[in-house]
Design a binder for this molecule. Structure first.
Ligand code: VGL
Ligand code: ZN
Length: 200
């Protein structure tokens, strides 16, 4: 059985010093590089927003970062500006071994909708193409690592389970934003969706 490693959003803006820094995110980079060789395929995702993206608090008059609004596709947390196309913050962390990747998948480029998941935009309907890529390569077994556990990792894992993949999350190779208990909720949700959470 072919196995793929899905490396979610290991980008400067999610690492210490970045615009939406995830605590201790830098700790996972070397161990993520080290496990890449254990997989038949390595896929990196890259959060890739235009400056006018609807998920940015700065594009909603009077809205504070980390507040929530209702969008046509459901509730949306408003974030600080991050991972803007072509900026340093959107680049992969310089220590990430991007040469080992078979594929780099960008997401979140539609200004009107966020895209946490590697598989679908946040409407859960608009596909990124990753499902087709994996299935046409006969890959049905995924290990997921990266940032952030409770948002892009979580959404990717839930969609992967819905699409029928076997999914393992290397919890030790993920780090979380953790807003109001979102990490515990995400772990519980991924487990009940049938993902294996491997903390080592
Ligand atoms: C992410 C919030 C906004 C993530 C991306 O990678 O988890 N979180 N955009
Ligand atoms: Zn984003």
């Amino acid at each position: 059985m072919k196995q793929a490693l899905l490396v979610i959003d290991v980008q400067n803006d999610f690492c210490p010093g970045g615009a939406l820094a995830v605590d201790k995110a830098n700790e996972i980079i070397e161990p993520v590089n080290a496990v890449m060789r254990d997989f038949d395929a390595v896929i990196l995702t890259q959060d890739w927003h235009p400056a006018n993206h609807a998920s940015f608090a700065s594009n909603h008059a009077g809205a504070a970062p980390f507040s929530e609004v209702e969008m046509s596709y459901g509730p949306q947390i408003l974030w600080p500006d991050h991972c803007i196309q072509g900026t340093k913050g959107a680049e992969f962390h310089p220590d990430l071994d991007t040469d080992a990747a078979d594929m780099i998948l960008r997401k979140g480029f539609d200004p009107s909708i966020d895209s946490y998941s590697a598989f679908f935009d946040n409407d859960h309907r608009t596909p990124t193409g990753l499902d087709g890529y994996l299935k046409t390569r006969a890959i049905f077994d995924l290990t997921v690592v990266g940032l952030a556990t409770d948002f892009c990792v979580n959404y990717s894992v839930l969609d992967a389970r819905r699409l029928g993949y076997d999914v393992k999350v290397r919890g030790d190779l993920c780090r979380a934003i953790d807003l109001d208990g979102s990490l515990a909720k995400a772990i519980e949700g991924m487990r009940s969706a049938g993902a294996v959470i491997d903390e080592r």
